[in-house]
Design a protein around this ligand. Structure first.
Ligand SMILES: [Zn+2]
Length: 331
């Protein structure tokens, strides 16, 4: 298993994943797990990202090991009733955009809750998925869902009418490349359904700042990213209700013609102040981190997952297993 020190020993400095600029400045030097990661803001377009960050190889080893220890939420939700309710609510949210002949691909299918709900609610739609984790793919196949091991980049060119990705883009080391790969696999006028954590939502502490999210999006930077990748955003919404709080939902159409983008320099001080206000007292954060790390070292992983679920969703949620893509979880 990759240790935190191994993860951090292989780091690299990166340029902005949206506009490509190498001009950025630090706005925070703390992260949820105390890994010494720094958050910067791009001076050209305002995108927030971790810099320097672990290399692609280090991230791969991380997702095969340490990730599962740091994020018990995956274990806590796969296949649970909460996960299924979330999947159904999600499908219902997108129903106005799901008519005619449908051939949908979900990137990062997780436990398959969205695809399962698609099958229940839209019986004639074709829907399949991709996931990087073999255990998630197996879970989906047990539910008779058409889910393959892979990424959008390795997917043979498709002709999808819709592509969906919920809480996946922020994990990508090249989100622009991921969106462009999606664009290349959509039919003319095809639609993209996207949800990511909202860095401008009303969060507190360091929950939004952690190693699994190399990028942090606002409605503005997400819109700019979509345009740069060749999409026309139809809506970019800050979600306010459970189970989608602290998330952005974007619906975008593949643009017919190349879109001209102009990036504008951000107000760095305003952003830094806003983020630091949300983070709050750093000593308190350090204390909470020590408690979390100690619990992680001492308690069995399933018990941690159970405690996490009770704290987040109350006792009603203590039956069933986990959803890695439940908004608010931010794994
Ligand atoms: Zn930039």
């Amino acid at each position: 298993m990759t240790s935190a020190s191994q993860l951090l020993s292989r780091r690299e400095t990166v340029v902005c994943g949206l506009c490509g600029s190498s001009r950025n400045e630090q706005i925070l030097d703390q992260d949820q797990h105390g890994l010494g990661l720094k958050t910067v803001i791009c001076n050209s377009c305002g995108l927030l990202f971790l810099n320097p960050r672990p290399t692609a190889d280090a991230y791969q080893a991380f997702y095969e090991g340490l990730y599962h220890k740091l994020y018990p939420s995956r274990l806590a939700f796969a296949g649970s009733s909460i996960s299924q309710t979330t999947g159904e609510a999600r499908v219902r949210s997108y129903l106005p955009y799901l008519d005619g002949e449908i051939n949908l691909l979900e990137v990062g299918a997780g436990d398959g809750s969205f695809l399962f709900a698609m099958r229940q609610l839209l019986t004639t739609a074709r829907a399949s998925g991709l996931d990087l984790a073999p255990e998630e793919v197996n879970l989906c196949r047990q539910r008779a869902l058409d889910v393959r091991l892979g990424t959008i980049e390795t997917e043979s060119s498709g002709a999808y009418t819709h592509i969906a990705a919920f809480h996946t883009l922020e994990h990508a080391l090249d989100p622009l490349g991921m969106l462009r790969a999606m664009a290349a696999r959509l039919v003319s006028g095809g639609l993209l359904f996207l949800e990511v954590p909202d860095i401008e939502s009303n969060w507190h502490g360091l929950s939004m700042i952690h190693v699994a999210h190399p990028y942090m999006f606002s409605a503005h930077t997400l819109s700019q990213l979509l345009r740069t990748a060749g999409f026309e955003p139809l809506t970019v919404e800050q979600l306010q209700t459970e189970p989608f709080t602290h998330s952005l939902r974007a619906i975008a159409r593949l643009a017919a013609d190349p879109v001209t983008i102009s990036y504008s320099a951000p107000d760095v001080k305003l952003t830094r102040d806003a983020i630091q206000r949300k983070v709050g007292n750093l000593q308190k954060q350090a204390l909470l981190r020590t408690v979390r790390n100690t619990a992680r070292a001492l308690l069995p992983q399933r018990l941690i997952a159970l405690l996490w679920r009770v704290r987040t969703y109350g006792f009603q949620a203590t039956t069933g297993k986990g959803n890695p893509h439940t908004p608010g979880v931010h794994a």
